[in-house]
Design a protein around this ligand. Structure first.
Ligand SMILES: [Mg+2]
Length: 198
């Protein structure tokens, strides 16, 4: 199988170093659980959202981001089982180079495809995993492979299930990489059975 995997919020915990920078600069105490929307609506920052976003631009927090627990182990395992790992990220320069560097360090023995694109639905995969509701909706409704299994990786900023339920598409929600390891690729998740996997 070709397994498409988003990087930020799925393989790497970008939010923790991002908030660390912000909290230091603005003397605040925000945590990941305070980030209840992907576009930061409803989040009370002590600065403009644009200033918060600016921490992303130099790529340093990408270098500081730790892998999400079990992500490296499970992906490495899938690769050794013969699956094709397809990393798909919307990252822009210069953070792209930080990502390339991190993947080389964290996945030294894994052959992988790497796509930097905001049009993730155009990448052909059999399984699509992302933490952004918009991206999973895109793939479920418009993806180049209409039979792909589409999974939302649980994060505090994607709990507004009504958004995708309103479109009447089945998108599985997975709580973490240990859940993912059990469910994929053992065949427990299928196109016909895309329910929630808590
Ligand atoms: Mg993401």
């Amino acid at each position: 199988m070709r397994i498409g995997i988003d990087l930020d919020g799925v393989v790497y915990d970008l939010m923790t170093p991002w908030l660390r920078r912000y909290n230091e600069r603005y003397e605040d105490t925000l945590t990941r659980e305070d980030i209840i929307d992907f576009n930061f609506e409803g989040v009370e920052f002590r600065c403009d959202v644009g200033d918060f976003m600016s921490f992303l631009y130099d790529g340093r927090i990408h270098l500081e981001a730790e892998p999400v627990p079990m992500a490296v182990e499970v992906i490495t395992e899938w690769a050794s089982e013969g699956h094709t790992i397809v990393f798909i990220s919307a990252t822009k320069r210069p953070a792209i180079w930080a990502k390339v560097a991190r993947l080389a360090v964290d996945f030294p023995d894994v052959p992988y495809e790497l796509h930097f694109t905001s049009d993730k639905a155009a990448v052909e995969v059999d399984v699509f995993i992302d933490d952004h509701v918009r991206n999973v909706l895109d793939y479920a409704l418009l993806g180049v492979n209409p039979d792909a299994v589409v999974l939302l990786f649980d994060q505090p900023w994607n709990h507004d299930d009504e958004i995708y339920q309103a479109y009447d598409v089945n998108i599985g929600r997975v709580l973490g990489w240990d859940t993912m390891r059990e469910a994929l690729p053992s065949g427990r998740i299928t196109r016909q059975q895309r329910l929630d996997y808590y």
